[in-house]
Design a protein. Structure first.
Ligand SMILES: Nc1ncnc2c1ncn2[C@@H]1O[C@H](COP(=O)(O)OP(=O)(O)OP(=O)(O)O)[C@@H](O)[C@H]1O
Length: 270
């Protein structure tokens, strides 16, 4: 594997990550044991940013795969391609990660079909191997390889959940939206708006998060607060910025929109 191939997956500059508890130390210990990790928490609460930060801190390349229901095992492992010289094998992202000793982050693994999910099993126990069945090759994972998956417990139904035999191959860390002060600092830092305005955005999010399960499937994520802050920083009038990022993406229900708009109007006036 060429050096360049490894270099292209390195996180070159320190990502901004504000730790909320002792997750950095716990993850470091898990990495030392090469323990597969599951990050649980709602969308947009900082899981991907955390993995990027840890990859940077541990100086490991990072390969991220956004999983979806159409994804097949070949999308992860690799496939034969046809070109003018005949057939040629191309490694998938999981295979590349296992070969080069990267951290492989499978985002929203639960979206993938179960026949796709099971291919990670031999990589996540003492075997640390990956069979490339179509190619007839068995890869032994590089000693620095680690598998990380994310999982949003809110979305799961009986039809879509990880099997216990998959879940019980991972250590897990719970993530949630950061505490008010931390989230305010994150929004201010990420967007360049002042702390007072960032604080108002966070207050709006708190009101919306109370509506989860009472008409809203998910609360307003930290990611959406960052979007709102970015627009405000670009000079967009705050009420319009909030409607565009904190209300419209979340729901189509007119009553719920009105409730959210009322929350926005409590903190910002047009
Ligand atoms: N602790 C944190 N430190 C710094 N930034 C954060 C933190 N938590 C959230 N953010 C901000 O929130 C944004 C969304 O976080 P991220 O992309 O990590 O979400 P996620 O939990 O991985 O979501 P998904 O499950 O949808 O992929 C980040 O781009 C970053 O701006």
């Amino acid at each position: 594997m060429s050096k360049n191939n490894v270099e292209q997956y390195k996180v070159t500059s320190e990502p901004f990550y504000k730790s909320v508890e002792d997750e950095v130390e716990l993850y470091e210990a898990a990495y030392k044991a090469r323990m597969p990790m599951m990050l649980k928490g709602p969308t947009g609460c900082g899981k991907s940013r955390f993995v990027e930060y840890m990859a940077w801190k541990l100086q490991r390349p990072l390969i991220t795969v956004a999983c979806n229901e159409d994804m097949t095992a070949s999308d992860l492992v690799g496939r034969f391609l046809l070109d003018k010289d005949g057939t040629r094998w191309q490694d998938g992202p999981l295979t590349t990660a296992a070969r080069i000793g990267a951290i492989c982050y499978l985002d929203e693994i639960v979206e993938a079909r179960q026949d796709t999910t099971v291919i990670i099993h031999p990589l996540t126990d003492h075997r640390r191997t990956l069979p490339l069945e179509k190619k007839g090759e068995l890869i032994e994972a590089h000693e620095d390889f680690q598998l990380v998956i994310s999982y949003n417990p809110g979305y799961q139904s009986l039809m879509k959940d990880l099997k216990q035999s998959t879940k019980q191959r991972f250590g897990a860390l719970d993530f949630d939206y950061p505490l008010e002060k931390d989230e305010t600092d994150i929004v201010a830092q990420e967007t360049g708006i002042d702390v007072e305005t960032a604080g108002k955005l966070v207050q709006i999010a708190h009101r919306a998060r109370n509506l989860k399960g009472h008409g809203l499937d998910e609360g307003i994520s930290t990611r959406l607060l960052v979007y709102a802050g970015q627009l405000i920083n670009k000079g967009v009038e705050p009420v319009s910025a909030c409607i565009m990022t904190l209300v419209t993406p979340l729901t189509d229900d007119p009553d719920m929109r009105e409730t959210l708009e009322a929350a926005v109007n409590t903190f910002f006036v047009k």
